[in-house]
Design a protein around this ligand. Structure first.
Ligand SMILES: Nc1ncnc2c1ncn2[C@@H]1O[C@H](COP(=O)(O)OP(=O)(O)OP(=O)(O)O)[C@@H](O)[C@H]1O
Length: 680
């Protein structure tokens, strides 16, 4: 069986948070945050091209480094503009609040109230500024002037104090909401992934989309902070703009114009960062996979015995260097952009200040109003800067979240869209001229397969490596749908069946069975106990030989099977295989698929399985995949596969005694005369 799932979602997600892919490391990183004093509680934080089979190919060494689909990169590059950002900002803030609303609506209401209050208080504070300045610069005795300024000063101080408290409340509410939003986003993503067709994993694009969506989960918790920073900036901007306009109407439009260059630079910076993140996605995934393989217990012995650590670390270093180089390039370009923006912004700001001086000089505004305008100008500038800066960040976050929601909409492009018929049985599984070609494969893995297995029968699939046995067993059990021909269960095409209901009727022991870090009982029942409590579990364990394993466990069925986990116990390879068999025998299924079910078993345990198989077959249609030809004597029918086609079909004795592939393999397997040392 070709193990295509080594780089699957599991390990990647596990490293996601601290390492890679999609982790923090190597991330081009968020842009520097604008206006830290502004926001209460703000935190940031194909396979190769399918060549023409007729063409001669130049062999290219295939590194674990793939190219990102160009169209998506282009799309993203074009999408990030100032206008697009202005259009999307309210939508993104709405989305963040919507997600938060779903998680905890009371907290969202409280958050919004705090923001509005904070804006109102800022406006009051600025207005109080005029009273204070007027009183302080008036003529008269200092005590009298201070007395006159007292109400404004009290208002100013109270507004600042209450705003500080509101800031703390907003911080607390965000801390409460953010992780919950992230978990909700992750739950939805995991749910979508488990509702994708199994074949999705064979499409290279699926992993890309998963990575991008996974990134969306990571940033989802930042979205609320970014939104509320924008809201805070907007609230104080509106308050200060109102005050500024009351001082003189020309000041506000001038200031908005002055902020434009920095807005453009901010958006361009966000675009560069996002594109760099897309460019490095494959290498970041590679880092994650390498990291996982370097520390995973399953490979720890082979890394040592194969002295592979230096080689793998070298690969890690090279991929990391590529990520760093791309990140540096983006950072350097963004810095240049930012410098230009700041220069232009500085010139524009100078114009605003000159206008203010002009207004004072020509007596159009009083000195007290000019004082207020100075503070309001600063507030408006910080507010604008906040909206632009956080806008650019949330815009980028929004792009990751788009990837996330796209994945949810279509389960990564592979949502299961089969029928809704609920199967019983199946009593008869039949393949008719079945063919199957893996995505992006040049050759079909199966061609023109016609066979049948009924309840009470054992059908064996034999053939050399890569002949298509595992693929066929996956199609018969409705895990894959054929790309040609049909597979029917009791006459119903498997494409018309409800997928989950169909899988509930199948018990599979795959070559690489899962070793769940659960108790022995849960490892057998898979969390789906049958009526009768432990009685069916014990019966399944007895049939598979797992009874001996369970008896030897410290707490029997209650023992946790995973030594890395606190209190767990570890099993040997063969002991695990007995548990995997018990799992299949326990299932209330009509079709039983056994793919090399005894590869790890000792002769006694193997004998027990095969002598018991006829009993098991009484209630099941059994498909048995094995290379041990003595074991297929138990089968009613044997299909011999060669390069995806059935080349022989018959009973054990018919095939063994007739010339053909089965006979050849049989002879080779039994050609084991011990070579005696030469007599000297
Ligand atoms: N996920 C996949 N994507 C692309 N090709 C695949 C995939 N899985 C298997 N194949 C190809 O399909 C063919 C049949 O593979 P399959 O695993 O069904 O063979 P098998 O007879 O079970 O082999 P083995 O005896 O080694 O387990 C092989 O050529 C293999 O390379």
């Amino acid at each position: 069986m070709a193990d295509t799932d080594k780089a699957h979602l599991g390990p990647q997600r596990q490293q996601g948070k601290e390492g890679e892919p999609g982790g923090k490391e190597g991330d081009p990183g968020p842009e520097r945050e604008p206006g830290p004093e502004r926001a209460p509680g703000g935190t940031e934080g194909e396979p190769g091209p399918k060549g023409d089979p007729g063409e001669a190919r130049t062999p290219v060494p295939e590194e674990m480094r793939l190219e990102f689909p160009g169209d998506r990169r282009l799309e993203a590059g074009h999408a990030i503009t100032l206008r697009a950002m202005a259009r999307r900002l309210p939508q993104l803030v709405g989305r963040a609040l919507g997600m938060a609303w779903h998680v905890d609506r009371n907290a969202v209401v409280a958050l919004l109230v705090c923001q509005v209050l904070s804006g109102v208080l800022e406006a009051l504070g600025l207005l109080a500024m005029t009273g204070t300045i007027t009183a302080v610069i008036a003529s008269g005795h200092i005590v009298e002037r201070l007395h006159q300024a007292a109400p404004s000063l009290v208002l100013l101080a109270s507004a600042a104090g209450v705003r500080a408290v509101l800031g703390i409340a907003v911080g607390g509410l965000s801390t409460r909401l953010s992780p919950r939003i992230s978990r909700e986003a992750e739950m939805r993503l995991l749910d979508a992934a488990t509702h994708a067709e199994l074949a999705a994993y064979d499409h290279p694009g699926f992993n890309d989309r998963w990575d991008a969506a996974d990134r969306g989960v990571e940033v989802s918790q930042d979205m609320l902070n970014q939104s509320q920073n924008i809201l805070a900036s907007a609230a104080s901007l509106i308050a200060a703009a109102a005050v500024l306009t009351s001082v003189h109407p020309v000041l506000l439009p001038l200031l908005v114009l002055a902020a434009l260059p920095q807005a453009v630079a901010g958006v361009k910076g966000a675009r560069l960062t996002y594109l760099a993140s897309l460019d490095t996605m494959k290498d970041r995934r590679l880092l994650g996979i390498l990291r996982w393989n370097l520390v995973d217990k399953q490979h720890a012995d082979q890394i040592r015995s194969g002295t592979m650590a230096d080689f793998l670390l070298g690969r890690y270093r090279a991929a990391g260097a590529r990520v760093d180089a791309a990140t540096d390039r983006a950072a350097w370009q963004a810095a240049k952009m930012s410098l230009l923006g700041s220069l232009a912004g500085g010139l524009a700001a100078g114009t605003v200040w000159a206008a203010l001086l002009f207004l004072i000089g020509t007596g159009r505004i009083s000195v007290a109003s000019a004082g207020t305008a100075t503070f309001a100008l600063r507030s408006v500038a910080t507010g604008l800067h906040g909206i632009i800066g956080y806008g650019a960040i949330i815009f980028r976050t929004g792009m990751y979240l788009d990837d996330w929601s796209d994945f949810l909409d279509e389960a990564g492009g592979h949502r299961i869209t089969r029928g809704d018929a609920v199967p019983t049985g199946p009593e008869t599984v039949r393949a008719e001229q079945l063919s199957y070609t893996y995505p992006n494969a040049d050759q079909p893995a199966l061609t023109d397969i016609t066979l049948e297995v009924r309840r009470g029968e054992v059908l064996a699939l034999v053939g050399e490596n890569g002949s298509g046995k595992t693929t066929l067993s996956k199609i018969l059990s409705a895990l894959y749908l054929p790309t040609g021909g049909t597979v029917t269960w009791d006459g119903a095409d498997i494409g018309t069946l409800d997928a989950h209901a169909a899988w509930a009727r199948v018990a599979v022991v795959p070559q690489d069975y899962a070793k769940w870090p659960l108790t022995a009982r849960d490892n057998i029942t898979l969390g789906q106990p049958l009526p009768g409590a432990d009685v069916p579990v014990e019966a399944a364990a007895l049939a598979s030989g797992a009874d001996e394993v369970v008896t030897a466990l410290r707490s029997g069925l209650d023992t946790l099977l995973a030594r890395e986990w606190w209190g767990g116990q570890e099993l040997s390879g063969g002991q695990w295989q007995r548990i995997a068999l018990a799992r299949a025998f326990h299932r209330d299924a009509g079709l039983l698929v056994l793919d090399e079910p005894t590869a790890a078993l000792d002769p006694r345990a193997e004998h027990r399985i095969f002598t018991g198989l006829r009993r098991v077959a009484a209630d099941h249609a059994v498909v048995l995949v094995t290379h041990r030809l003595t074991n297929v004597a138990v089968a009613d029918k044997i299909a011999v596969l060669d390069r995806g086609r059935i080349v022989q079909y018959g009973t054990f004795t018919q095939l063994r005694d007739a010339p053909g592939l089965f006979h050849d393999l049989w002879v080779l397997q039994n050609d084991r005369e011990p070579t005696l040392p030469a007599q000297g």
